[in-house]
Design a protein around this ligand. Sequence first.
Ligand code: ATP
Ligand code: MN
Length: 479
Amino acid sequence: MKRTEIKDALQSDNFEVEMKVMGWVRTKRSSKNVAFIALNDGSTIHNLQLVIDLEKIPEENLANVHTGSALSASGRLVPSAGSGQRVELAVEHLELLGEANPDEYPLQPKKHSLEFLREKAHLRFRTNTFSAITRVRHAMIFAIHKFFNDKGYFNIHTPIITASDAEGAGEMFQVTTLDLNNLPLNDDKTVDFKQDFFGRAANLTVSGQLEAELAALALSKVYTFGPTFRAENSNTSRHLAEFWMIEPEVAFFDINDDMDLAEEMLKYLISYALEHCADDLAFLAKRLEEEEKNKKAEEKSMELISKLRFVLEQPFERITYSQAIEILKNSNHNKKGKFSYPIEKWGADLQSEHERYLVEKHFKRPVILTDYPKEIKAFYMKQNDDGLTVRAMDVLFPGIGEIIGGSQREERYDKLLQRMNEMNIPQETMWWYLETRKFGTVPHAGFGLGFERLMLFVTGMGNIRDVIPFPRTPQNCEF
Ligand code: ATP
Ligand code: MN
């Protein structure tokens, strides 16, 4: 007999034929004549209730069935007498596929802390929370490709190993095959990378943007969706050392087109989740409500589903960095010294506390900030005529701060070269990037959406370590 997935079994009205299900036991309880097993196979958040008549199947057969064991069960689907479910399976045959000794199996049918589960990342997929997150994550990956495909974008793979540093920030992981205990040295004692695998120093990429630009300047509309790596030692709830980024890059786009695309995409993804992940989001909403029970009213976040709907309905506020600085500088929050980094003057880099103040307290909706000081932004951003600012745009979200960072790119060869010189970006390794401004250059723009930041928002989870299966953070690379 072929296996029926629990998702399908739960929706079936076919009470005549026998069916077989397989999965992992969430709970087992038995009374004198009957035993109940909640079985889950990951196809849905919901369990199938197995009903076992102990006169037909002796209780000894169930002795090794515990939370976490794997079972195959066949029988007939029947309308459920209990209130928790519509249908249940009246079991005729039961086979134990894999035991889980209750004295050793770490997951018990009770609430475990997220911190505890991070230490059990190999098993946490088996909890309701992580299976829900994993399904939502899949739906979002699919929706991202669908969004771009439907709009005629081409997905490109940009390299993961690179010799260029897109941000000039120097927070990269080095890739080498040199023997670290016996490094080849130049006369001046620096490492001789000519002897390394690529004949030069190489790193893991921090962004696929520069290569995506090359493709956009031929195919017009492209996007990347790949892993990116940052060796920044920031132990926050919003930073990973390895995360996934979606980077559209579009020829003939200016910064306004770029903002329109970012807003449209975020709204598309949120409404996709609401439409296709209703059961998982309902579960995650309840989880969040539980978690926030003990918080003070003013610290509570909005109910998850309402928050997602709310963002869909609001046009994002679009203001310049300079306007934002005025708002922040004059805010009571700033005057009362409530920011860890007080805002004193134009030019300050915004911290996530400032971003969240603008979104959560001031505008009460997502905000797109544009025209940042050139000193705090990357070399490739298009310079404004004021000589002070660049055509950057960051999208700020409630509970998160920056979710997207993007810009119109500098398409003028001279301006780009001048900025690279000012910022000490080595031209030798970037000659190919400069050539695109020499041959058929056009205005273009793009942005980077941090996939796990989107996941934080959609799932209502508070820590980025819990929305990626195997988080990479400083001192943490176990699984
Ligand atoms: P932040 O200021 O929050 O550190 P950033 O300015 O360094 O972010 P960008 O270089 O603009 O970020 O990257 C684009 C997007 O990638 C960000 O808007 C964010 O969503 C995401 N992102 C950046 N760094 C990380 C990280 N370490 N972990 C997860 N997502 C990240
Ligand atoms: Mn940024």
